[in-house]
Design a binder for this molecule. Structure first.
Ligand code: AMP
Length: 337
């Protein structure tokens, strides 16, 4: 896969994150860092997908608290409500109506081949219909704001393909002369396409292998110290290219630091303990400022609520406009008969 194509002036950016408790490095380097970069490049809609979280049936109090916490984290990390619309998915309930309409623009078999659904089945779980239909709601999320560019990690590429298929089928069926939706494209950066977790698999809450962005210092230390490494003797050279510790160092260190640590690995006499200590220092430094901002926001929850409410208002205005057109295009406007 190649790096993303440059943005066009007509592109609209749209992407969401599930409120499943914590934001981890996979979320940050796979998605949020790109959100921050792209908010300067065009009109952007970034949202917290609490409807999607229901597929995991969280206790209501937990869902509520997690949604709020991700809103705080969005702002602390540098998403700017003056540049992008930041909001919570369920504040724009029109998206579920579009999802229903879209569910008739896709073959059921396409959903059964969905990676998350298949993965849950392979793990012996009994996935609910929400997980099966997840990609349809995601397509509605993107297209209701006329999103054409979707910054995500590589794990989402299949879902973007489904959104593209839905947009094409909708256009073909209902607006062949003048395609209504722009088929969206993923904005996936190759170097961070899949951020590995503590065990080397994709970092994911479902695999219990995450490092949270705002991990408590002692938990961070424990987690980093537990990352499995090769059993290279201290004096011997270590292989940076097959080491999760070095992989994480490359994400958070500046070029010079990473090059000098690579050299230490190759020279030998460095050791994984020192590598891990270096990683902890780098991780703490990388999000130091965001941590401070987060503390302030936690102490002023009304600021967060106001910002998210204003974002929802902007998003809902766009969604209402889209739904007016869509209802007419598909014939859900019987009064005009
Ligand atoms: P989710 O938490 O599944 O809603 O994911 C939110 C965003 O983070 C999506 O764009 C994902 O592609 C991205 N993401 C999650 N985990 C990873 C990972 N391990 N590596 C890269 N991107 C990820």
């Amino acid at each position: 896969m190649s790096d993303p194509q440059p943005l066009k002036s007509t592109d609209i950016i749209s992407s969401g994150v599930k409120p499943t408790g914590i934001l981890h490095y996979g979320n940050y380097f796979g998605a949020i860092r790109q959100y921050i970069e792209l908010q300067d490049a065009g009109e952007a809609f970034y949202f917290i997908v609490d409807y999607h979280a229901l597929t995991m049936t969280p206790p209501p109090a937990e869902l509520r608290a997690n949604t709020f916490r991700i809103a705080v984290d969005f702002l602390a990390l540098g998403l700017d409500p003056d540049k992008a619309s930041l909001f919570v998915q369920s504040d724009v309930p029109e998206v579920t109506e579009l999802a229903w309409i879209f569910s008739n623009c896709l073959a059921a078999g396409d959903l059964e081949r969905g990676v998350s659904y298949k993965d849950a089945k392979q793990r012996g779980q009994t996935p609910n219909a929400g997980l099966l239909n997840y990609p349809i709601l995601q397509a509605a999320d993107i297209l209701i704001y006329r999103g054409s560019v979707v910054p995500v990690g590589k794990d989402q590429s299949q879902n973007i393909e489904i959104a593209t298929r839905i947009a094409n089928r909708f256009n073909h069926r209902y607006s062949a002369d003048e395609p209504y939706f722009v088929p969206p494209r993923g904005w996936i950066l190759e170097d961070v396409a899949v951020v590995p977790g503590l065990d080397g698999q994709k970092m994911s809450k479902s695999y219990d292998n995450t490092i949270a962005i705002f991990e408590e210092p002692e938990v961070l230390r424990k987690k980093v110290m537990s990352i499995p490494t090769a059993s290279t003797p201290l004096a011997e050279p270590m292989d940076p290219d097959n080491d999760h510790v070095f992989g994480l160092i490359s994400l958070v260190g500046d070029d010079e630091t990473v090059a000098s640590i690579r050299e230490s690995y190759l020279k030998g006499g460095f050791g994984f303990k020192r590598a891990k200590e270096t990683l902890i220092e780098l991780l703490e430094g990388y999000f130091g400022e965001a941590r401070e901002r987060r503390k302030e926001l936690m102490a002023n929850p009304e600021v967060v609520r106001d910002v998210m409410a204003a974002g929802a208002e902007k998003a809902r205005a766009r969604a209402t406009e889209t739904m007016r057109d869509v209802r007419e295009l598909v014939g859900l406007d019987w009064r005009n008969a």
